[in-house]
Design a protein around this ligand. Structure first.
Ligand code: FES
Ligand SMILES: [Fe+2]
Length: 425
């Protein structure tokens, strides 16, 4: 297939309507990897396009909002905002974790507004709306309301907080805002098998950093999934141990992307030696269920649309993303380890040194992403070409294209394009 001349390398061609942007994305995503170009800038900067994308891609998908370790006891709660929805993630009296709406069933007030000295997380026995003091049980049912005795045909049982459809996958709590997505357990079934050895459901969050981001959510997930940039942005951090040129991606899956980031031979040798009891590696306890192949690479995943998950021999990294507008999002970057680590006498020291190492490469990515968004806003921006190492970016385009047409990508039954398994097919 030829690259359309009017699209490739053109700064003159600009989509002027959302419809044109969608058409352009669909045409661009249909190009083979070897001919791939970037999608139009409007996909990242146009607020009108963002509204369409929010409806067709984000609200129609499963969005991760918490981990079970953040809601250990009855009444544990987290207030979260997601695409304009004020949400409350809470563990009720029966132990069930629910995702409730914070819109009061009386006159709609957010029952946990900022500025009323309500904590954004904690433990509650009842949920109280500060406006007229209607109170709710932890399952969202109305518990009490003063001065309603003269309201005719008013039955407390008819009034409760709204509840969103939620599912727990490997200990992560997901919400589907439009209520119509296929079950997450089906979508992420293969993903669950790939990461079973990490037992993320038994992990605890030990490092967490929050970031206010002035860039589009796709700038974040593209940066997360491609490792071509190790040779540039992470030259002094990740590149020496995991050069981008060794990375490879598994064939297209409708619901997630999996990439492999193998270690250099030198580092892999040290990991193998530690496994045989010669030498100790820095970091947390090695997870016993992982194989030597698992331990000599990082496993990089995105569960569509934006669940960022990375496996290492001793931990999982999870990025929780809140898309806000075309030009902004919030991000929480978290490290989870098996809870046994908490008993280790060196635990606090390990957390501190790991935190510093993580911050270093997180900052590199945040600076890059902010600068990419700045470039995308330029009237001189061009449609760039992709390296084969950016296969995950191409897969994200294909996912976006499919969801904008309310379908999913098809599963590719073939060998990977690159990497050790490519040659054997
Ligand atoms: S709006 Fe909540 S009690 Fe009135
Ligand atoms: Fe990066």
């Amino acid at each position: 297939m030829n690259i359309p001349v009017s699209v490739a390398g053109s700064s003159a061609l600009r989509s002027t309507t959302v419809e044109a942007t969608v058409k352009d994305i669909v045409a661009t995503a249909a190009l083979p990897l070897e001919r791939a170009i970037t999608i139009p800038r409007e996909a990242y900067v146009d607020e009108e396009f963002f509204r369409v994308e929010a409806r067709t891609v984000l609200e129609a998908g499963w969005l991760c909002i918490a981990h079970v370790s953040q809601l250990k006891e009855t009444g544990s709660f987290l207030a979260r905002e997601l695409l304009g929805e004020p949400l409350l993630v809470v563990r009720d009296k029966t132990g069930v974790i629910r995702v409730l709406s914070r819109a009061c069933a009386h006159r709609a007030m957010d029952i946990m507004p900022e500025g009323f000295h309500y904590p954004r997380e904690g433990k509650a026995s009842v949920l109280l709306c500060p406006y007229h003091h209607w109170t709710y049980n932890l399952d969202g049912s109305l518990r009490g309301c003063a001065e309603m005795g003269r309201a005719e045909c008013f039955d407390r049982k008819d009034w409760r907080l709204g509840e969103f459809r939620s599912e727990i996958w490997k200990g992560f709590i997901f919400v589907n805002l439009d209520g119509k997505a296929p079950p997450l357990s089906e979508q992420y079934a293969d993903f669950a098998k790939a990461v079973a050895a990490w037992a993320a459901e038994d992990m605890e969050i030990v490092i967490s950093m929050s970031w206010e981001c002035e860039f589009n959510w796709k700038v974040m997930i593209e940066n997360w999934m491609e490792s071509y940039h190790h040779l540039g942005a992470h030259r002094d951090t990740l590149h020496p141990s995991m050069p981008g040129e060794n990375t490879w991606t598994e064939p297209e899956h409708p619901y997630f992307i999996r990439s492999h980031l193998p270690f250099t031979e030198e580092l892999a040798g040290r990991v193998r030696a530690a496994g045989e009891g010669r030498g100790k590696l820095p970091g947390f306890y090695t997870l016993p269920g992982t194989s030597m192949a698992d331990r000599t690479e990082w496993g990089l995943y995105i569960g569509y649309p934006c669940f960022m998950f990375l496996t290492m021999s001793d931990r999982v990294l999870w990025y929780r993303l809140e898309p806000i507008s075309a030009n902004s999002c919030k991000l929480e970057t978290m490290t989870l380890v098996h809870r046994d680590n908490l008993k280790d006498p060196d635990f606090v020291e390990t957390v501190e040194s790991e935190k510093e190492a993580l911050r270093e490469f997180h900052v590199q990515d945040m600076l890059v992403n902010t600068a990419v968004q700045r470039g995308l806003k330029s009237r001189k921006v061009v449609r760039g070409r992709l390296s084969h190492l950016e296969e995950p970016v191409w897969l994200i385009y294909r996912y976006l294209s499919a969801r904008l047409r309310r379908t999913y990508p098809a599963r590719a039954e073939r060998a990977p394009y690159y990497g050790p398994l490519a040659r054997s097919a």
